[in-house]
Design a protein around this ligand. Structure first.
Ligand code: ACM
Length: 536
């Protein structure tokens, strides 16, 4: 069957098949309308079959909700007379439909039917449910903008892999990507930069061409609705108080104006950690409350990500205003000032029925009560947070930063960071062994992060994300044994079929034998200069 991610239980009942043709009906029980719509639209496009409402004697695909199953769990049974898909809820049923698509073969992943294809399903019985409830992918649309169409495409790719959280990194030093109606300069000024460092940090090359773009609020509404139809939650990230130069370029009063002349700042055109951070003033707090009011209206997600990573404290040390605030609040130092800043938004979000999540730096200086942590600098932040009773999403850079190179070879394009192969990702374990069972319950799940400093277009994003995202999806969904005992050879065997699916989807993945000639990068861009940093 070659399913990816591997289901909990799957058995082939007999050698026969169920053939699908234009008479194959669809019987959609209560609560299954959304999945029926997706199935007709997507499998209908690929197969050319209409899937009409089933009549009495038709062979049929039956969709139902069975509350006894876990909400995201499902059962799928194919017999010679029909296929029965039951989900614990609409999400579980949707994952069943994704499995059905894989069973139909790679051409079921195309957008129009190929001539002469016959559609048939093997006679199977599958019972399945995910290991983690947070199976995430971060797309950094700030460093390089991904036009809306690309985000919708990634939502389809996520759904095909049963991933269910899209963490959208919407703001950074290099660009502000979401329309905020009350602050139009955030996108008028903040969404464009004059030029871009080409390649990695140490590259001496620049692309002397403006880069940018942003999503209108209607674009975001469309993205969120498209995601919801695929049972994916979009978690927005508005990064504060660091990674904010694009916002400061648009509204200079947000910066530390008593330290530098912030009117001279532009949207940043290079990579790295930026010293120009937000001023810890009431003006800044009110401004970002205004931003978040609009963000909450657009994104129904329970979690809202406020960043909190890589905020150098040098300007706060030199700023009389920041120092006065530290004194007035009775804080020990600049770390506690950042903690106060984060707590402000934790309280603000809680009062509106939402929950704050931030990068593990938000642990420094004390973590707000209800806050959750994205553990990126290693497992340490996540372990500390889980032990203190906070929820955690495990996304350590040493394991699942998919912008990092995936092979030590000379041909790897723009090879930054750690070498993390397909096998390394397959053997990634999101729950650190030192956590007790109770503490481990705070691990909501795991997330692969795709930062885009060196990924300037969707082909580069595809190359870095795939095939490793398929391995990651199995880690997040399937109940795999301990890392050393995982059957990587078996996974690779199933990948042979999965590459055909990715081909049909038009994914520009890294082939197992290495980059295709046009996927290489010549000269200085191909030199490994940035990594690897030390493992924490
Ligand atoms: C991060 O990679 N700075 C979260």
């Amino acid at each position: 069957m070659d399913l990816i991610p591997a289901p909990q239980r799957a058995a082939r009942n007999a050698d026969g098949h169920l053939s699908l043709d234009s008479g194959t009906g669809l019987e959609a029980g209560p609560g299954t309308e959304g999945v029926a719509r997706w199935l007709r639209a997507t499998l209908g496009a690929a197969t050319g079959l209409p899937f009409p409402e089933a009549r009495d004697h038709d062979r049929r695909i039956v969709l139902g909700i069975e509350p006894g199953l876990p909400a995201e769990g499902y059962r799928l049974a194919v017999t010679p007379t029909g296929a029965e898909l039951a989900g614990g809820g609409p999400a579980g049923l949707f994952w069943a439909a994704q499995t059905l698509r894989q069973l139909l073969g790679p051409d079921a992943f195309r957008r129009a039917p190929l001539p002469g294809r016959h559609w048939r399903l093997p006679l199977v019985r599958i019972e399945d449910a995910p290991r983690f409830r947070w199976r995430g992918l971060l797309l950094d649309v700030a460093r390089h903008f991904m036009p809306k169409e690309g985000v919708l495409r990634y939502l389809d790719l996520m759904a095909a892999h049963k991933l269910n959280v899209l963490h959208l990194h919407l703001t950074d030093d290099q660009g502000w990507r979401v329309e905020i109606v009350r602050y139009p300069r955030l996108t008028e000024v903040g969404s464009w930069r004059a030029r871009t460092k080409f390649g990695h940090r140490a590259s001496p090359l620049w692309e002397e061409k403006p880069h940018g773009g942003f999503y209108t609020q209607d674009d975001i509404r469309e993205i969120v609705a498209y995601a919801a139809e695929r049972h994916v939650t979009v978690v927005p990230e508005i990064d504060v108080p660091g990674h904010s130069q694009a916002a400061i370029a648009a509204y200079p009063e947000l910066g530390n104006t008593d330290v530098i002349d912030t009117t001279t700042l532009s949207v940043w055109d290079t990579w790295g950690v930026n010293p120009n951070v937000l001023a810890p003033t009431d003006t800044t707090l009110r401004f970002y409350e205004g931003v978040l009011e609009e963000v909450l209206a657009l994104f129904p997600s329970q979690f809202v990500h406020i960043g909190g990573d890589e905020c150098p404290k040098d300007q706060w040390r030199r700023s009389p205003r920041a120092q006065a605030r530290i004194a007035e609040l009775g804080l020990a130092d600049e770390d506690e000032l950042q903690s106060w800043f984060v707590r402000h938004f934790d309280t603000w979000l809680s009062a509106r029925g939402r929950r704050l999540i931030g990068w593990d730096e938000i642990l420094e200086g004390g973590l707000a009560d209800g806050a959750a942590v994205s553990s990126w600098r290693g497992y340490g932040g996540g372990v500390a947070a889980a032990r203190a009773g906070h929820d955690v999403v495990m996304c350590p850079e040493q394991q699942v930063y998919l912008d990092h190179r995936q092979d030590p070879g000379e041909d790897e394009p723009v090879p930054i960071g750690f070498v993390r192969t397909l096998e390394d990702v397959y053997r990634f374990e999101p729950v650190p062994p030192q956590l007790t069972e109770d503490e481990a319950r705070h691990v909501l799940g795991t997330q692969a992060n795709v930062w885009t400093e060196v990924l300037e277009d969707h082909a580069r994003v595809d190359y870095q994300a795939f095939p490793r995202l398929a391995a990651f999806a199995e880690v997040a969904w399937s109940r795999l044994p301990a890392p050393a005992e995982r059957d990587f050879a078996g996974f690779e065997g199933r990948m042979a079929a999965h590459y055909r699916r990715l081909d049909a989807l038009g994914v520009a993945y890294r082939p197992p034998a290495g980059p295709r000639p046009w996927q290489r990068r010549p000269g200085v861009l191909g030199r490994p200069v940035d990594g690897p940093p030390p493992i924490k």
